[in-house]
Design a protein around this ligand. Sequence first.
Ligand code: TYD
Ligand code: MG
Length: 450
Amino acid sequence: MKEGELFFCAECGHESRKWLGRCPGCGGWNTFRNRPAPVKPSLGPAARGARPIPVTEAARACHDRTPTGLPGVDRVLGGGLVEGALVLLAGEPGIGKSTLFLQVAGALASPGRPVVYISGEESAQQVALRARRLGLASESLLLLPETSCEAVLTHLEPLEPRLVVVDSVQTMVADGVESVAGSPSQVRQVAARFQWLAKVRGIPVVLVGHVTKDGAIAGPKLLEHLVDVVLSLEGEPGHDLRVLRAVKNRFGTVAELALFSMTGSGLEHVRNPSAWLLEDRQSGAPGSAIAVALEGTVPLLVEVQALVVPSALGTPRRVAHGLDGSRLALLLAVLERRTGLSFGDRDIFVNVVGGLSLREPGLDLAVAAAVLSSMIDRPLPSDAVVFGEIGLLGEVRGVSRAAERIREAAALGFARALLPERDTGGTAELEASGLRRVEELLRVLSPPSG
Ligand code: TYD
Ligand code: MG
């Protein structure tokens, strides 16, 4: 073995100082090669003529942000696209990634500063048809149906693009990498090439990446550490609602999110999510509770519905949509213990209406209220919202940003709030009923009418 010689797996990039028949990284057979994969200089943000500078000075050289023209996207990015940023947009196939960034591309493209949309998945005609459907007819929106990184970089050389969109990273191939498109080593090398483009030429690059429900094989997970920003576009099948959030953001917070609605002409920013989510609500029905959940920094009013029915099965069903199933199980256990009601022979279905997925402790009290309401068939007051965390002992615990939640509820016309006693201070906007224990919910449920 020559000094410094290295072997690597062509499938997953695993390195070893000697040749191996089976890769310990991915389990592949005969995948080892004795020539390291060629890597373009993968420059970090610090590599451009770096010298030590005082931190005060560095802060002044702030990032230049370009607003994308889509307020929802800007909000999640923290104000716009940063020069030289490498952004990963992850989401399940069919969720609307291509649609969203074709809209961004169309909004940003201007004469002299084109946007290049690299399509490795669809033909230029297909993308053009979609662009027409979205009402985008800009001469400066350039489509490039190409899957070779090197060819793309050559095409980009004479251009000064304002943005480059790569759709998708899994379809691109880098020269000299033997494995198939979408394999871990390809994806890594492709990303390294576009990172070079972003950092050296200062062009923001968006890599679109598919994730699959069963945990992203050669995809976005692999790239999270490499890119500056990871955006995730989520939604439930069959629902129009899409949630865009930042999972990682080197230039801003990860607390922001934006809601979009998939319409016949692309994704539309939902400016008043609470009103949108409550549109189809029928007030006064047992099993319904309006929760005030905090998503990022935004208080959102959502309806939680529960259906508790006698079970025909030996093991009753527990189905949770839009909330964590094990959290539901825990809440049911606490409710059984504290109220004396028994759920052992009941099927229980709980749904967060609208297709949102929430993981927020403040939702607990609304879930408990909806379940109890369905169980005893009595509605909650129709002008009330509910929020609060429930502890294992049945205590109702305070939540963060209670005042903002109350303000949002009052703004949408709600007159009452059932909330943790700790959070009742200074609530002038509506009537606050402080609860200390979960069983106090039973007192609130109105007696049957008639
Ligand atoms: P797409 O952006 O192709 O998803 P992804 O790139 O994440 O795979 O979106 C595909 C879906 O969006 C498809 O089912 C059609 C729907 N759609 C609309 O409802 N309205 C539109 O204006 C567009 C362009 C797509
Ligand atoms: Mg797509």
